[in-house]
Write a new protein. Sequence first.
Length: 251
Amino acid sequence: MKETAIIVPARLESTRFPRKLLYEIAGKPLLLHVADRIAGQVPRLPLYFAVDHPELASVLREAGYSFVMTSPDHPSGSDRIAEANARLRARYVINVQADEPLVTGAQIRSMAAAVRGKAPMATLAIRFERKEDFLDPNQVKVVIDQHLRALYFSRAPIPYPRDEAETIDSEWFRRHASYRHLGLYAYQGDFLKILTHLPPGKLERIERLEQLRVLENGHPIAVVVTDQATIGIDTPEDARRFEEYLATVKE
């Protein structure tokens, strides 16, 4: 049994950006940008990819990365990770997204530490700084209690400033902590078995946010606040921005 392992769920098809994990950015598939980033940031942690298609497996195999073939029918990344960990049997599992090529070692290590506490699941958040991001339904918000546990996740702007809604600016964000949820998770291995058998909740179906299933069924989620932003590749435009970023780094 492994103590801690990183498992990256990797699905070939994507609604907004078909086959994006194989999309080449600066001459390399997105999937390998993520793999190389993780391996470089936390070389001591075992790294596996839970894939649903032979094309993804082939790319990883040629680059020397480990993978587990999983069912193409899983409804979520958590289900895919759970199937993979049933074979790997890690005590703690860190779920890094396959489309976030700028994840940092500090973020991964913070997840590994957080999930060793009483909460069986942990995730990451960062403070909002701009009104347009706070109002964007594609940027998920999380409200956190005094013990750094998630109270709720939503696509709506929460907490909603009833008396200051018309005057939200950068100064408002400096005075009030409002957090954007980042899609990095950690699980206790035993909880993964429980999670995949929890029934989808009403709030989850409304918001289309899988993590609400955990809260609706009474399980706490620890939240780690980071000051390091990530870049998620959801569209071809995101891929172009990431390629531009890589060009500046090389310069």
